[in-house]
Write a protein that binds this ligand. Structure first.
Ligand code: MSP
Length: 513
């Protein structure tokens, strides 16, 4: 059986979860369900990154005490993802003992290999990024472009990993594996970063400045640098080091999901760390763009255009947010606002998908007492509709990328559009008036019911709650288990099957407040 190990970034807990964090973890869940549908076995992880300076600063400011603060914040992320139906197989916390043991193992191994050097260093540090910056990384005002704050000048003694040792190897690796970073624009960006000599990676922080972290086993005056520590979660989640069978089963199929902000750490630091440890490379890195406020204005509390996942779920539904995210993310920046979600909800979900479902279920109720009529052979035009829908839901199976997610959302809408138009054109309520057309009415209705079934079966990874509800109301047995290894079939609804009374899948939202 094919296996896939899907990871998301682990998120800093210094602030509450927002739409960006919700996005990557939700896409991990969508890709998990799409892979399972195609017959793969999946292990998916997400969670929180709980060490480092900015978490420490936030914990101190909260006055709650470090452990209490970390527990509370990690639980908030978990609750936000649970509400969105993210079915992770493991909730990662870098404060877990097993993870910290793996970090210590890496430190000891690299120290024993003699690849860590201790030296005094002066550099500009951005706490927001938890990274040293070059002046060329800053904007004209000398600020970090992501955090709009000037980095601090730090002079410290620290341990460093010489990235230049494996720089040439990494360039060759990326040239020989052109799809290791997807989409290509980010591969080009990484190759651009590699066209200049790499600075050494500072892998420690003096405890006098940062105490929240894993102490270096060979020097108790220091803790591991938060990024060095966090990246190792991708291995420690599999029981590395120690559980070789699990590592061998999953690691070669590891796919790291992330936004474009963290490609340097994932596509340069991480492969070089792995190389220094003699660990083979994961399978792939998939990169998406940023969510920005409507009109491409960066989200900020001051402007008041921050989209809070919980609020969107309250006003619409978890499936609405999942669908909006899936359908609208691009590899560059994409806009989001409550108003844009409202338009997608009312347009794509209420008017198109929800309306189609409600029409065919109500027609079956009105004309056949909700029992699906028998129709062994469909009329040619109705068969043609079903064939087109089948083709749409079969397309793109087996693909594993963010664009495959967007395309799935688009195909679901296209199939619903097509079926709605078929209902309009054939007008079964008109045909029903003529007794000579009774066979055709049955054929139209059955073809549309089968189309709707296919649309919800295919759309399950995006709309798991709605799809399960709609299918079960159509008397189609559908559970998380049956969603695995799905094969689209033209005909699956048994004649005589009784449809339920649930016809309103999405409620129109007039004013989202
Ligand atoms: N802790 C590190 C990651 C360590 S992984 C070994 C970190 N944390 S973070 O909290 O800043 O999360 C960054 C990630 O959150 C992005 O890569 C992306 O997955 C998600 N997003 C945060 N803001 C986002 C947007 N505005 N838009 C899309 N995704 C964004 O970096």
């Amino acid at each position: 059986m094919n296996r896939r190990y899907i990871t998301t970034p682990i998120y800093y807990v210094n602030a509450d979860p927002h739409i960006g964090h919700a996005h990557t973890s939700t896409m991990a869940d969508v890709l998990k369900k799409m892979s399972q549908r195609d017959g793969s076995e999946v292990f998916m992880t997400t969670g929180t990154d709980e060490h480092g300076q900015k978490n420490q600063d936030a914990a101190e400011k909260s006055g709650l005490g470090i452990t209490h603060y970390l527990d509370q914040q990690s639980a908030r992320f978990r609750a936000a993802f649970d509400r969105l139906g993210v079915e992770y197989d493991m909730w990662v916390r870098t404060t877990h003992e097993s993870h910290k043991a793996a970090v210590r193992h890496v430190l000891e191994k690299l120290f024993a290999h003699g690849v860590l050097v201790k030296k005094r260093y002066e550099g500009l540090y951005c706490v927001g990024c938890e990274m040293f910056k070059k002046t060329s990384d800053l904007d004209e005002a000398g600020r970090c472009p992501d955090h709009l704050a000037a980095p601090e000048l730090l002079t410290e003694e620290n341990y460093f990993l010489r990235l230049s040792l494996h720089q040439d190897w990494l360039v060759t690796f990326l040239q020989e594996n052109p799809d290791w970073i997807q989409p290509e624009q980010y591969r080009n960006e990484v190759l651009g970063m590699l066209s200049e000599p790499l600075d050494d990676m500072c892998i420690s922080r003096p405890k006098s400045r940062v105490s929240l972290g894993v102490e270096l086993p060979f020097d108790p005056g220091f803790v591991a640098y938060v990024w060095f520590d966090a990246l190792i979660n991708y291995l420690s989640n599999l029981g590395w080091p120690g559980d070789e069978a699990r590592v061998e089963a999953w690691w070669p199929n590891a796919v790291h999901l992330m936004a474009k902000d963290i490609i340097k750490t994932h596509c340069i630091y991480w492969p070089i760390m792995l190389r220094a440890l003699d660990v083979p490379m994961p399978r792939r890195c998939l990169v998406h763009g940023y969510w920005v406020g409507e009109g491409n204005v960066k989200m900020s509390k001051t402007i008041g255009n921050v989209v809070v996942p919980d609020a969107v779920v309250d006003t619409f539904s978890a499936d609405t947010l999942r669908f909006y995210l899936a359908r609208n993310m691009r590899s560059s920046d994409s806009p989001i606002s409550v108003e844009l979600v409202r338009r997608c909800h009312n347009g794509d979900l209420v008017n198109n998908l929800g309306n189609l479902y409600s029409r065919v279920v109500k027609l079956t109720a009105r004309d056949y007492g909700s029992a699906v009529p028998e129709c062994p052979e469909l009329h040619d035009e109705d068969q043609a509709l079903l064939d087109s829908v089948l083709e749409l839901v079969r397309e793109g199976r087996g693909e594993f990328s963010f664009s495959a997610v967007t395309q799935l959302a688009q195909r679901i809408l296209d199939a619903a559009d097509l079926t709605n138009r078929h209902v309009n054109v054939t007008a079964p309520w008109e045909l029903a008036k003529d007794p000579e057309s009774s066979e055709r009415v049955v054929s139209v209705l059955v073809a549309c019911l089968e189309s709707v079934r296919l649309i919800f079966e295919a759309g399950y990874p995006l709309l798991p709650n709605t799809a399960t509800r709609a299918l079960n109301n159509m008397n189609v047995p559908w559970t998380a288990e049956t969603a695995k290894s799905w094969e689209p079939e033209a005909r699956a609804i048994s004649p005589g099957a009784m449809l339920g009374e649930d016809t309103m899948l999405f409620e129109r939202v007039r004013d989202a407040g």
